[in-house]
Ligand binder design. Structure first.
Ligand code: HDD
Length: 728
């Protein structure tokens, strides 16, 4: 067994031992997994004698059509690819479990929300929306957050995003939205990017998209890690309890590690340096035992309070501010096992908002209603037929049976004469299902309206919540939003689209619109012009709040630095005595330290000790790290100052507002780079000019480590001034 196989087997063994229900899916999957073979056979089991040579008429002759072994192998290869998802093609996934904190029976009869001792297995797939399957992870985009709960009553899929609102109000516009954001159809450019004419042409003509655009231009759309983003069910759903009483419900996933973003410049660079950045981060965290965790939160509104919010809870471009209806944390999600096979699991998993269980129901949100059609339909085309529910990753852990039959790739072997209902031939007694009281019961909402192809007037406020979002951001977050709009709109070839967009933004915030417009070579934002255009709606709703602190990413998380990546920059002459206690403290706090040097192997410390180098300046840039430590050692610091890549490393980390700690001789490096290295050191820059000898003592080092850890825990020091002047 290879080391990977051994590790995977170990993980599986421990997973299958659990007795709290969390192992049900893993046990089922065991029946489908295979290990690497020691002999090769054909798909029919025939041993293959030679896997290098085809059957020929003489050693130099043509290959014979008779060679069924060659044909089988090549034919299978020719058909290895399936269509990628129409949206959310690029994704990464993991197994885990969900556990409710206390019974939710007062609100819902969903079985998996009743017993705090029960763990429900889950499979969670995160994704970007616009890019192809092989596109980069860190592009500016919405992230999909799709959770499949394998419950005892059937699969429940919560197919959400990391942004709580959507671009459009009605599913009728979904194909238009996606056609606009995908690469332009004549030349298939740009890949995985919204910064092009067709997206903003559409968005500027659809003012209902304004609220979500504000989110998409914020750092939410460039997450530091999939483990550090929120998730939302977006639509209003329904909880229904065993008495048939309904509450409207909004779902939230709150990450334990807080909500953190990358710098835009950093995100673009990572896309080239490590296109798999988020996938790798998720995989490695789980392999290292740092299991990502979220809490499930719900906002509940009793059925009879449907119209109490001032805006329409059926409108998916609106959120319910947490200050109006608090989020109750009702359970936790833990991801603790990587998939065994990407294609079989992550690629073949098929989500559908219509996969619900008793106790959870839909609202009349017209976007949700359209989704209820789309997902099964797309799986049939993507996975090659109607039996995709039989694929191992999609199969429920509870029994399922009906009289649906046949179709491509059917796995189940249904016994007996009968494939219809009602019948008397099947079970021996009359079998009939109609009007039963058990199983899934749709909430009997009373509806008696005329058929109309129109939108409710209550959907007609497109700006109030966009404004609320903007008002709720920290100063730095506002600047990032302005910069993102500027970047995206500056990429457009048609100035009229830029103008239309800033005209719309003037209805969110005059100053925001003017700041965005400044470098774009267009006129002043013209709110009146926007108001005169087709599709413009501004029937303002009154909100009881002007700001919602919960909409900001600032100061979120548990304050720990667990899983944060720290680069330790070294060259010959580094002071190993002062380095060790700082490194130990960082690792004890859960950070991962990597030594980056001029070459692989070792460097020699000032005291002639050999220090292992993990990475080189040439193969690993600063954007792979959260923080930088330049240890003491005058000779080492002088050498680093002479290495262009090392200088760039520090400057770039500084520009991206990361915590930087320089000690002893390392401090000189900062001064050389023009960064204040005295008592005026910028936020997040820890300068310990203490003589090297003193740093060997534990107290000095502990204080430095303490300050450095506190700076890393803040994630980024976005208020660092003048970073635009930094040449990196
Ligand atoms: Fe969708 C995939 C989330 C609106 C049609 N969607 C898909 C995935 C996520 C979402 C996370 C990827 C699931 C996976 O990992 O396999 N979609 C959303 C959210 C929406 C939304 C949060 C709005 C609130 N989607 C939406 C509409 C439609 C679709 C309005 C069509 C009417 N979505 C699809 C799809 C996909 C999909 C084409 C592509 C692959 C798939 O379904 O399985 O059917």
């Amino acid at each position: 067994m290879t080391p990977q196989n051994k590790a995977a087997a170990g993980r599986r063994a421990s997973a299958t031992k659990a007795s709290d229900g969390s192992n049900a899916k893993q046990q089922q999957l065991e029946g489908f997994t295979v290990e690497h073979p020691t002999t090769l056979t054909t798909n029919q089991g025939l041993q293959i004698p030679d896997n290098h040579n085809s059957l020929k008429a003489g050693v130099r002759g043509p290959t014979l059509l008779e060679d069924f072994i060659l044909r089988e192998k090549i034919t299978h290869f020719d058909h290895e690819r399936i269509p990628e998802r129409a949206v959310h093609a690029r994704g990464s996934a993991a197994h885990g479990y969900f556990q409710v904190y206390k019974s939710m029976s007062q609100f819902t009869c969903a079985d998996f929300l009743q017993d705090p001792d029960q763990k429900t297995p889950v499979f969670v797939r995160f994704s970007t929306v616009a890019g192809s399957r092989g596109s980069a992870d860190t592009v500016r985009d919405v992230r999909g957050f799709a959770v499949k709960f394998y419950t005892r009553e059937g699969n429940y899929d919560l197919v959400g995003n990391n942004i709580p609102v959507f671009f459009i109000q009605d599913a009728m516009k979904f194909p238009d939205l996606i056609h606009a954001v995908k690469p332009e159809p004549h030349h298939e450019m740009p890949q995985a990017a919204s910064a092009h004419d067709t997206f903003w042409d559409f968005a500027s003509l659809m003012p209902e998209s304004t609220h979500m655009l504000m989110w998409a231009m914020s750092d939410r759309a460039i997450p530091r890690s999939l483990r550090m983003m929120e998730g939302f069910g977006v639509h209003t759903f329904r909880f229904v309890n065993s008495r048939g009483e309904s509450h409207f419900v909004k779902f939230h996933w709150k990450p334990r590690l807080g909500i953190h973003g990358l710098a835009w410049d950093e995100a673009q660079k990572i896309a080239g340096k490590d296109a798999d950045f988020h996938r790798r981060d998720l995989w490695e965290a789980i392999e290292n035992g740092d299991f990502p965790e979220w809490e499930l939160g719900v906002q509940m509104i009793p059925q009879d309070k449907e119209h109490s919010l001032g805006f329409d809870l059926l409108d998916p471009t609106k959120l319910i501010p947490e200050e109006m209806v608090p989020v109750q944390k009702i359970g936790k999600l833990v991801l603790n096992r990587n998939p065994d096979n990407f294609f079989a699991e992550t690629e073949q998993v098929a989500f559908h908002p219509g996969h619900v269980v008793p106790g959870i129901d839909f609202s009349n949100d017209p976007l949700l209603q359209g989704r209820l059609f789309s997902y099964t339909d797309t799986q049939i085309s993507r996975l090659g037929g109607a039996n995709f529910h039989e694929l191992p990753i999609n199969k429920g852990v509870c029994p399922f049976h009906n009289f649906q039959r046949d179709g491509m790739h059917r796995q189940t072997i249904a016994r007996g004469q009968v494939a219809y209902e009602p019948n008397t031939l099947g079970s021996g007694t009359e079998f009939r299902v109609d009007g039963g009281q058990h199983g899934f019961q749709s909430f009997p909402e009373e509806i008696d309206p005329p058929k109309v192809r129109r939108r409710s007037l209550s959907f007609d406020d497109h700006f109030t919540q966009a404004r609320l979002f903007f008002n709720s951001q920290s100063a730095a977050e506002k600047e990032h939003i302005i910069a993102a709009f500027r970047f995206e709109l500056s990429k457009l070839e048609v100035p009229a689209i830029r103008q239309r967009m800033v005209d719309n933004l003037a209805h969110v915030d005059e100053k925001l619109a003017r700041r965005v417009a400044e470098p774009l070579g267009i006129g002043e934002p013209d709110a009146k012009a926007a108001a005169g255009r087709a599709g413009f709606r501004d029937h303002r709703i009154e909100l009881p709040i002007d700001e919602s602190p919960a909409l900001s990413m600032a100061d979120t998380g548990d304050g720990s630095i667990r899983t944060r990546k720290i680069a330790i920059l070294v060259a010959d002459g580094v002071d190993s005595a002062s380095l060790k206690p700082i490194r130990d403290a960082l690792e004890q706090a859960g950070a991962q330290c990597k030594v980056v040097g001029p070459r692989l192997g070792t460097v020699a410390s000032a005291s002639k000790r050999q220090i292992e180098v993990d990475m080189t300046f040439a193969n690993t840039p600063s954007v792979m790290f959260d923080a930088v430590l330049v240890p003491a050692g005058g000779e080492s610091a002088a050498a680093l100052a002479g290495i262009g890549d090392a200088v760039h490393f520090v400057l770039e980390a500084y520009k991206h507002c990361k915590a930087i700690c320089t000690v002893g001789g390392g401090v000189q490096l900062l001064s050389t780079l023009g960064i204040a290295a005295d008592s005026d050191a910028p936020a997040g820059v820890i300068v310990a000019a203490t003589p090297v000898t003193n740093l060997g003592d534990a107290t000095g080092a502990t204080q430095i480590a303490h300050d450095f850890i506190a700076a890393i825990a803040k994630h980024r020091h976005w208020d660092r001034v003048n970073i635009d002047a930094v040449p990196a």
